[in-house]
Design a protein around this ligand. Structure first.
Ligand code: GDP
Ligand code: MG
Length: 157
């Protein structure tokens, strides 16, 4: 099943937690057929925020982004499945919810670029998924399990 085991890092941001959207967002990935292999309700500190968003350091929105992502709890997750990183990004929509199609997570649940509900690893940034998983999760926090309905998701499972 090696080609079904791509992993990606996903996080419900503080606005999504405050608005009670964790369940909706988890349900979308479950419904799609992806498998959750890690989940952690946590508070991001300043240091982790700087590491996670390091690529944006120096940009005008960086300080606001760090304030926002550390402003309250997040729900960090690892989801596994075929082409998981790119598929999750497609489900998320565009970075700006105002430009995101209805049916996408940001297009259904957000209106504002700075508070856009969800983070997902960038599929165009090679290895970003693995780096982010490692930054947020210890190896023993990731669970290996058989998703019994995978035979109905993947033809060749
Ligand atoms: P993502 O991968 O789609 O989340 O987008 P980026 O990696 O480009 O940016 C990371 C996060 O920074 C976004 O999800 C937004 O929360 C925030 N962000 C990006 N660009 C802007 C901006 O121009 N203004 C503000 N206020 N926030 C931004
Ligand atoms: Mg990004």
């Amino acid at each position: 099943m090696s080609h079904h085991d791509e992993r990606t890092f996903v996080m419900v941001k503080p606005d999504g937690v405050q608005r009670g959207l964790i369940g909706d967002i988890v349900a979308r990935f479950e419904d799609r057929g992806l498998k959750m292999v890690g989940g952690k309700f946590m508070q991001i500190d300043e240091e982790l925020a700087h590491e996670h968003y390091g690529e944006h350091e120096g940009k005008p929105f960086f300080d606001g982004l760090v304030d926002f992502i550390t402003s309250g709890p997040v729900f960090a997750m690892v989801w596994e499945g075929a082409d998981a990183t790119r598929q999750v990004r497609q489900m998320m929509g565009e970075t700006d919810p105002a430009e995101s199609a209805p049916g996408t997570i940001r297009g259904d649940l957000g209106l504002d670029l700075g508070q856009n509900v969800i983070h997902g690893s960038d599929h165009e940034d090679e290895g970003a998924n693995e780096r982010e998983i490692e930054l947020f999760f210890d190896e023993d926090e990731l669970v290996e399990w058989d998703q019994t309905d995978a035979v109905w998701v993947y033809e060749d499972e």
